[in-house]
Ligand binder design. Structure first.
Ligand SMILES: NC(=O)c1ccc[n+]([C@@H]2O[C@H](COP(=O)([O-])OP(=O)(O)OC[C@H]3O[C@@H](n4cnc5c(N)ncnc54)[C@H](O)[C@@H]3O)[C@@H](O)[C@H]2O)c1
Length: 344
């Protein structure tokens, strides 16, 4: 099969390219490198750097030419602006990439006969849901910008599937963790941040009381499901979750044990949560404190019965095993980075 992976230089996209290549597919990646980096494309058995084109999913000249030339069987749209505060700070760019970029791809898939598009969606769109575990077809619509960009994107996926008989699957990822998780960006994901701070023997700063619970999925389990869904006809939305959630305190305790550290974390109030984004608090209308409280204390737990029943999928990696693998990879990456910096 010939497959296009967008966001190929990102945490999930790079590993998806690798899994597809190992299966024997011909893989072409694109990325605009706004967040991704080439390190995510180096694997022991293959280097994808040469297979990834620097291109934007919103491109309306070179990207159509690529689709016309390559005749992709499957497109995985993994590109996106993932950090919540980045989307909140620049909503126009967030909608432009996460929603309009997806529509650009849907239209190119339609014109060139792509057999299946798989969209990286998110369980963040369940932010206002109160029933757990949350099922795919019954939830209150979201409030914040990031989940709305993905929620609107899903409406367009359904529109293209219904209007043109296209096959589109939206995978609603829970919090994804695994090697290559970006621990260096302005607002790193919780798992990457926690490990980085422990690696440097610093006191990590968390928010609220640490009892807030979220569900997680290990990247290999996510990719396993992503490879299974492409035979399905029509539109589908699927939760990609372990259906088990953990509190901040529980995950931190596991990480401390695995890394042999004994450091007490600091817990801030929620107002401090997006301190690196003062623009959200300023302006004529600052972000409402209740919205921040809700986001920080949000409980998430997604039902994964649909993925199991329809696709015969079963997550394989326990949180202990998964965290151990991330810790090993992240510590090795930080050590190599520090050694390179010391040489300069
Ligand atoms: N990581 C998670 O926990 C999680 C959870 C739910 C959903 N998702 C979604 O999964 C996808 C991948 O997440 P990730 O954690 O790998 O993020 P990431 O930031 O590591 O990867 C995203 C990649 O997309 C690229 N990109 C951004 N805008 C682009 C554009 N306009 N054109 C081409 N490339 C562009 C970035 O450079 C980056 O390499 C995102 O769409 C994200 O919203 C992630």
């Amino acid at each position: 099969m010939k497959v296009l992976v967008t966001g190929a230089a990102g945490f999930i996209g790079g590993q998806l390219c690798h899994a597809l290549w190992k299966r024997g597919d011909t893989v072409i990646g694109i990325d605009n490198f706004s967040y991704g980096n080439l390190d995510n494309l180096h694997f022991d058995d293959h280097d994808f750097a040469a297979d990834v084109l620097r291109m934007d999913i919103r491109d309306r000249e070179e990207l159509p030419a690529l689709f016309e030339r390559e005749h992709f069987d499957v497109v995985y749209n993994i590109a996106g602006i993932a950090p919540l505060p980045d989307c909140q700070s620049d909503p126009v760019e967030a909608v432009s990439v996460n929603t309009m970029g997806l529509v650009n791809l849907l239209e190119l898939c339609r014109r060139t006969g792509v057999k299946h598009l798989v969209q990286a969606s998110t369980n963040a769109m369940y932010e206002n849901e109160t029933e757990f575990p949350t099922v795919e077809d019954k939830f209150n619509p979201p409030t914040l910008i990031y989940p709305n960009t993905k929620y609107c994107g899903e409406q367009f996926c359904r529109s293209f599937a219904d209007t043109y008989n296209m096959n589109v699957t939206c995978l609603r990822f829970a919090n994804v963790y695994g090697p290559h998780i970006d621990c260096l960006r302005k607002q790193p994901p919780f798992v990457g941040y926690m490990i980085r701070e422990l690696y440097y023997d610093r006191v990590p700063e968390f928010h609220s009381d640490g009892n807030q619970r979220r569900d997680y999925i290990y990247v290999d389990d996510l990719i396993d499901l992503a490879l299974r869904v492409t035979d399905r006809k029509g539109f589908d939305a699927v939760n990609v979750s372990s259906n088990t959630n953990y509190s901040v305190r529980e995950l931190y305790a596991i990480a401390c044990r695995l890394m042999h550290k004994d450091i007490e974390a600091k817990y801030w109030d929620t107002a401090h949560y997006w301190a690196k984004y003062p623009e959200l608090y300023g302006g004529a209308y600052g972000i409402r404190p209740e919205i921040l409280d809700h986001e920080v204390n949000k409980y998430s737990l997604c039902d994964n019965a649909h993925a199991k029943e329809l696709y015969g999928w079963q997550p394989q990696v326990s949180i202990e095993e998964g965290l151990a693998r991330v810790i090993e990879a992240e510590c090795a990456m930080l050590a190599a980075r520090d050694a390179a910096a010391a040489k300069e």
